[in-house]
Design a protein around this ligand. Structure first.
Ligand code: NAD
Length: 514
């Protein structure tokens, strides 16, 4: 590859996957067995600063490529990931514990996003004509979206490819370089992504991975990056925002959720139960947009519970080929899950599948609770385990009210033959799928993000591209203005002309509503 990048004739490695002697390190472990998967360096503030400096140099090259040139690199990377999907799936499986087919599904969706961002950046972000209006009719107006420079991305472990890619691919396609701090539970996946991108751009540090614990992420927040895209828990999101405030660094916060799935009386019960089971149990329930609550119309409540109980038979967590659910990736989460299940049971909930005994040391077996008090932590807090809390509701008004009562507002689902979209519109969340589960995440053109304690800002789609840019407005005078308004040479005739135009445009009575 030839490039105009000449400030680092021998670019430094994009990530240090083999720590040098004396470097502080941490281990990534297989959550199913505790086996060692990899050893990675802990990047300190100086390492982070160096990575950001390199990224800034690389931005001078990457940011000045044309959209088409960047798209070519990104599409090559997309092909590399696709052709090595087995390798990346295996690594993700080892670091997260998720079954390999689930890792492949996640990566496939991420690949689609890389392609979409690459192919659409020019149209969404390139110069666009804007009508100048009558008063400024002599101007040609355009808007275009410029890269910010260096974007810091901090990622979680639950979808170590798909979630950070929503920021990485869109920030890169918009012309930024990226310094990525993967979760300490999935550092290998982060390093893999940076190394494969480096292959595509001849080693230029356009995408770098810096590994470490929370302190490394904190250093990235205050490193002077031009934007920080964070995906993780709400608690950490608040710390990230506070740290970024120090340098007025703008942030995208993709945080936790407590999504509900609503089942109306006219819903296809079998399909709704199948979706709720997947939404609640897949990836061992460790999904930000996973289903944690289910509100079912009372007329179909018993039928729904019977159906989901039946469908849950045989579904189990383990490591053998028949187990469709993996371990809990983060050991400390097991206590949270146990606490939520116990709290619900103590307050009178019924376990129709699993229960307190289902929570083991590394694995949690599917647990379905019904009649869970709305005040219990299984309803109010993010559980992040293979559990569902199913409650009956009088009508859809109550379902919407209870759904919207929580502090989160990430996503959700509605099952209804006649009123699905209508109900979806009333849910205070960033995304809702009707008669399907998390389908919006697979549509690259749709924005992804939440409200309330689920965060703000959007990845994916045109909004996701614009998130990593600033808008640049330009007006160019095409001919001398008929009215000379912005000059001390302004005449009374100019002033009268303006009054006439404004009255003609805006003075009509019809704009006054009685
Ligand atoms: P986490 O908040 O513990 O960690 C996320 C990242 O932040 C990690 O890389 C971690 O090292 C880093 N970090 C920790 N302390 C930091 C600090 N003080 N400053 C900067 N960075 C710091 O979250 P997690 O356990 O990795 O991920 C699970 C959470 O992520 C869940 O709450 C889930 O809902 C959420 N999530 C949200 C989305 C979304 O798109 N909204 C997607 C996936 C996961």
């Amino acid at each position: 590859m030839t490039s105009t990048f000449d400030r680092h004739p021998s670019p430094p490695p994009t990530s240090a996957s083999v720590p040098a002697d004396g470097v502080e390190t941490f281990e990534s472990l297989d959550p199913a067995t505790g086996d060692l998967v990899g050893v990675h360096p802990v990047a300190g503030p100086e390492d982070v600063a160096l990575a950001v400096e390199r990224a800034r140099d690389a931005a001078a090259w990457w940011g000045n490529l044309t959209f088409d040139e960047r798209a070519e690199h990104l599409l090559t990377w997309r092909s590399v990931i696709t052709r090595r999907i087995a390798q990346l799936s295996e690594l993700s499986h080892r670091e997260t514990g998720k079954p390999i087919p689930d890792a492949q599904l996640e990566i496939a969706l991420a690949i689609d996003h890389v392609a979409w961002a690459a192919k659409h950046a020019k149209k969404v972000l390139g110069p666009q004509r804007v009508a100048s209006g009558l008063v400024m009719a002599n101007q040609k107006s355009t808007v275009e979206y410029k890269p910010l420079g260096v974007v810091g991305v901090i990622g979680p472990w639950n979808y170590p490819v798909f979630t950070p890619m929503g920021s990485i691919a869109y920030a890169l396609a918009a012309g930024n370089t990226v310094v990525f701090k993967p979760s300490e539970y999935t550092p290998g996946v982060g390093v893999w992504l940076a190394e494969t991108f480096a292959e595509v751009v001849g080693g230029i540090p356009v995408l770098q991975a810096i590994t470490g614990l929370g302190a490394t992420g904190a250093a990235l927040c205050t490193s002077g990056v031009d934007k920080l895209a964070f995906t993780g828990s709400t608690a950490t999101g608040k710390k990230v925002m506070a740290a970024c405030a120090e340098r007025l660094t703008p942030v995208v916060i993709e945080a936790g959720g407590k999504d509900s799935l609503i089942v109306d009386e006219d819903a296809n019960i079998a399909k709704a139960a199948e979706a709720a089971l997947w939404g609640g149990m897949s990836n061992a329930g460790q999904t930000c947009i996973g289903t944690e609550r289910v509100y079912v119309h009372e007329k179909v409540f018993d039928a729904f519970v019977a159906e989901i109980t039946e469908q849950a038979k045989g579904l189990r967590a383990g490591t053998d080929a028949g187990a469709k659910i993996g371990p809990i990736t983060m050991p400390s989460q097991v206590d949270v899950i146990r606490g939520h299940v116990q709290d619900a049971l103590d307050r009178g909930a019924t376990a129709v599948v699993g229960g307190a005994d289902a929570v083991g040391e590394r694995f949690v077996q599917p647990t379905i609770l019904t009649h869970v008090p709305e005040t219990s932590t299984a309803i109010t807090e993010e559980t992040f385990g293979p559990t569902l809390a199913i409650n009956p509701v009088r009508d859809m008004d109550e379902a919407v009210r209870l759904t919207n009562a929580g502090k989160y507002g990430l996503a959700g689902a509605v099952f209804s033959k006649r009123h699905g979209v209508e109900i979806a519109r009333r849910i205070r969340s960033g995304m809702t799928s009707v008669n399907g589960i998390i389908t919006f995440a697979g549509v690259p053109g749709l924005p992804f993000g939440g409200v309330g304690e689920s965060g703000f800002g959007r990845i994916h789609g045109p909004d996701g591209l614009k998130e990593f840019t600033y808008a640049k407005a330009i007006t160019r005078q095409r001919y001398a203005p008929p009215l000379n308004l912005t000059s001390f040479k302004r005449t009374v005739k100019d002033e009268k002309g303006l009054n006439l135009i404004v009255t003609l445009l805006h003075g009509g009575k019809k704009t006054l509503k009685p």
